[in-house]
Design a protein around this ligand. Structure first.
Ligand code: NAD
Ligand code: DAU
Length: 350
């Protein structure tokens, strides 16, 4: 029987970012057992990690982080030594139409995990790493960046729920002397992202000849980071980050939404053999998101200077690779965009 150095619980490992983190840990650290805990909500998909499901250092557990009794059983059964927590309700628009799921999963679920860890762990070498978002800092004007000391100012039910969970994680670290780590990251893009988020939604709609719904006038700015680089940052922070520290993770890569959509249209014109400018004709300006944050931009100096992490690829290359992944994985897209996705799409976009 294998003995493993650590038994790491990764929550949300069937989702977009979580699947990349699970894959990286399973493939790069055969000395660890990776336990992927996920409820498989609409956003969780075992197809995202089918390539590693038979590895001997991997296990999947279907479990709801809102169920503390079930979590305690998982900790006991797998002798969990460390946690990397990504499970969450993650889509801002859904948090506007239905905020309560965000409160229960993101706040209560995180508190459940922390409390099971607190009451189970006896030694002082366990790590509880919480993966969070830059949205906790609120919205920037045209100048400045979010740093690790920027005051919290969450403005959507999603960001408020993530801010609450960050506070609870820090409170457990401070009060119970648990070894906690946090990171707050900017917008991720890449393969396996659920097509409710801007980039995969636009790729899919361009391909299908549907309108490209840009909120407001498209001037809002996001800082985009390739998901594999976020997974590398999580690996770096888990192994080299200091206890009780927070690291901001970003791509130094700001774009207005409209510029990004035009870029996608150009790449898709090329891939689909369309005349230049064809896909851009599908752009439609629609009603703005309620309380839409204007600009996010991360200052990722600390993680570069202290831990040596920085993004590995340029945005255009990452975007081209992302488009190619979606075009090559039509079955994945079709399976995900049938059924409930159609209801969500109709309700949200009319
Ligand atoms: P996602 O929506 O793609 O995946 C979330 C995963 O959590 C899914 O697999 C889902 O099944 C699972 N989940 C949801 N509720 C659960 C519950 N009650 N119990 C167990 N599992 C549950 O999200 P993502 O975009 O991969 O984001 C992952 C994490 O990273 C989140 O915590 C998010 O706040 C954070 N984050 C995301 C981004 C981004 O750009 N997507 C940026 C910074 C931080
Ligand atoms: O900053 C990190 C956050 O990035 C993560 O914490 C969230 O989990 C993740 O969903 C993401 O939040 P955003 O709201 O920034 O991402 P989204 O892809 O939903 O939207 C990106 C921008 O595009 C935003 O300004 C809204 C706009 N948008 C989005 C959609 C879905 C549109 O104009 N049209 C759309 O149809």
């Amino acid at each position: 029987m294998n003995t493993f150095e650590k038994h790491i619980l990764i929550t949300g490992g069937a989702g977009f970012i979580g699947s990349h983190v699970v894959r990286l840990f399973v493939n790069n650290y055969p000395q660890y057992k990776i336990i992927n805990l996920d409820l498989l909500t609409y956003a969780g998909n075992l197809a995202n990690i089918s390539d590693i499901e038979t590895k001997s250092n991997y296990a999947f557990v279907k479990c709801d982080i809102r169920d503390k009794v079930a979590l305690a059983k998982v900790f006991e059964e797998y002798a969990i030594s460390d946690v990397i927590h990504l499970a969450a309700e993650s889509h801002v628009d859904r948090s506007i139409s239905g905020p309560l799921d965000f409160i229960t999963t993101n706040i209560v679920g995180t508190a459940n995990l922390l409390d099971v860890a607190r009451t189970t762990w006896k030694a002082d070498n366990h790590i509880f790493y919480h993966v969070s978002t830059d949205e906790v800092y609120g919205s920037l004007g045209t100048e400045g960046f979010f740093t690790e000391t920027t005051a919290y100012d969450p403005r959507s039910p999603y960001s408020a729920s993530k801010a609450s969970s960050d506070h609870i994680v820090r409170a457990y670290g401070h009060t119970y002397k648990m070894n906690i780590k946090l990171s707050n990251c900017s917008n991720n893009y890449g393969s396996h992202q659920f097509p409710e988020k801007l980039i995969p939604l636009m790729i899919n709609n361009i391909k299908e000849g549907k309108p490209l719904p840009v909120y407001g006038t498209g001037v809002n700015v996001r800082d985009w980071l390739w998901v594999n680089d976020h997974a590398r940052a999580i690996d770096t922070i888990f192994h080299k980050g200091k206890i009780n520290e927070t690291y901001n993770v970003g791509g130094w890569n700001e774009l207005t939404n409209i510029k990004l959509v035009h870029l996608l249209c150009e790449i898709m014109d090329d891939r689909l053999g369309r005349e230049k400018g064809t896909s851009a004709k599908q752009i439609t300006f629609v009603q703005d998101r309620a309380g839409h944050d204007m600009r996010y931009a991360i200052d990722a100096t600390k993680i570069k200077d202290d831990l040596g992490w920085e993004p590995s690829i340029q945005f255009e290359e990452g975007l081209n690779r992302t488009v190619d992944w979606y075009l090559a994985n039509d079955t994945w897209v079709k399976e995900i965009t049938s059924g409930n996705y159609q209801d969500y799409y109709k309700k949200h976009y009319g």
